[in-house]
Unconditional design. Structure first.
Length: 100
């Protein structure tokens, strides 16, 4: 008797906070400078997406490092087609990239 092997799905893993900060630094940004650049009065505002979902902040950070939010936080976007708000956000981001 032989065992059938089933393909295991690879778990998509979110980037570590330190990796996100390092990518920002390589791109010439810090979370503080990026927050100020986008008009936030609190320089720590963009630390929120590092701890919990916040689509607007995720898009700002992802744009600064040239990635999509889904690449950085795949666990937050795995079921993106079931959430109309995220779909609209992704479409808006794609249109911004095309227009820029």
């Amino acid at each position: 008797m032989t065992k059938q092997r089933t393909a295991k799905k690879t778990a998509l893993k979110d980037w570590h906070r330190a990796d996100i900060k390092a990518a920002l630094e390589k791109a010439g940004w810090s979370l503080r400078r990026l927050a100020k650049h986008h008009g936030y009065s609190s320089p720590t505002t963009l630390t929120i997406p590092l701890m919990r979902p916040w689509p607007k902040g995720e898009r700002i950070i992802a744009s600064a490092i040239g990635r999509s939010p889904a690449e950085i936080w795949p666990s937050r976007y795995i079921e993106k087609y079931s959430d109309p708000i995220r779909i609209a956000s992704e479409k808006a981001l794609e249109q911004e990239a095309v227009c820029a």
